[in-house]
Design a protein around this ligand. Structure first.
Ligand SMILES: C[S@@+](CC[C@H](N)C(=O)[O-])C[C@H]1O[C@@H](n2cnc3c(N)ncnc32)[C@H](O)[C@@H]1O
Length: 202
């Protein structure tokens, strides 16, 4: 792993264990992703969405969908294509990433896809707002996830290179922490090298 990838893993491990550390780590992580934004998509291979596609395969069509930690919006646009009736929101900490996502947004999707700067640890979203929430290679902030996913809604977390993904959380802690917060019906998906975990909010 190069330095940036090591740093992303370090931040992920620290924050999922002790969310209070995010206050110290937010600024350097945002700076790193701002720097990566212009070339971010050179890092995305065809495998990126494989496991997420499996996780979403048999879901009913949602009305409101969130891609949290959207980066340049690749996953948000794929979600808009999968759910042609849905309103899709992509949120990211990095203004540089959001600038790229807005620039790449096809005009025909502008009416129902939008990108906003925001922090997953304290979202400007209402309770139960989204029927589907997706995190692709993104740090989970469990309390906020439990708040914003609608009752009966779906949360999917995917890791494009499985445990080799710099921002990676293993299924066991994900199940444990989400289970404590009312998520159930866990399912795991693998499409090597990608993996995903899906849960339903009770
Ligand atoms: C590894 S990139 C993944 C981007 C995109 N999901 C993808 O799969 O291409 C992680 C993204 O999460 C964003 N991020 C990290 N922490 C965040 C937070 N607390 N709130 C919102 N976005 C965050 C970063 O700025 C970065 O764009």
């Amino acid at each position: 792993m190069i330095d940036g990838q090591r740093f992303a893993r370090l931040v992920t491990d620290a924050v999922v264990r002790r969310p209070a550390l995010w206050r110290l780590l937010r600024r350097p992580l945002r700076k790193m992703f701002d720097g990566l934004a212009p070339t971010w998509e050179t890092r995305i291979g065809p495998h990126h969405l494989w496991a997420l596609d499996l996780a979403l395969e048999d879901l009913p069509a949602p009305g409101r969908v969130l891609d949290l930690g959207t980066g340049t919006g690749v996953v948000a646009l794929a979600l808009a294509e999968r759910y042609p009736e849905a309103e899709v929101v992509g949120i990211d900490l990095s203004p540089g990433m959001i600038e790229e996502a807005r620039r790449k947004l096809p005009p025909e999707l502008a009416g129902r896809v939008r990108f906003e700067v925001g922090d997953a640890s304290a979202l400007d979203c209402t309770d139960d707002e989204f029927e589907v929430v997706v995190l692709s290679n993104m740090i989970p902030f469990y309390d906020e996830l439990a708040r914003i996913v609608a009752s009966g809604g779906t949360l999917a977390l995917s890791f494009s290179r499985g445990s080799e993904t710099p921002i990676y959380v293993a299924p066991e802690p994900l199940r444990r922490e989400l289970g404590r917060r009312g998520f159930a019906e866990f399912a795991e998906f693998s499409a090597p090298p990608a993996t995903a975990l899906r849960a339903r909010k009770g």
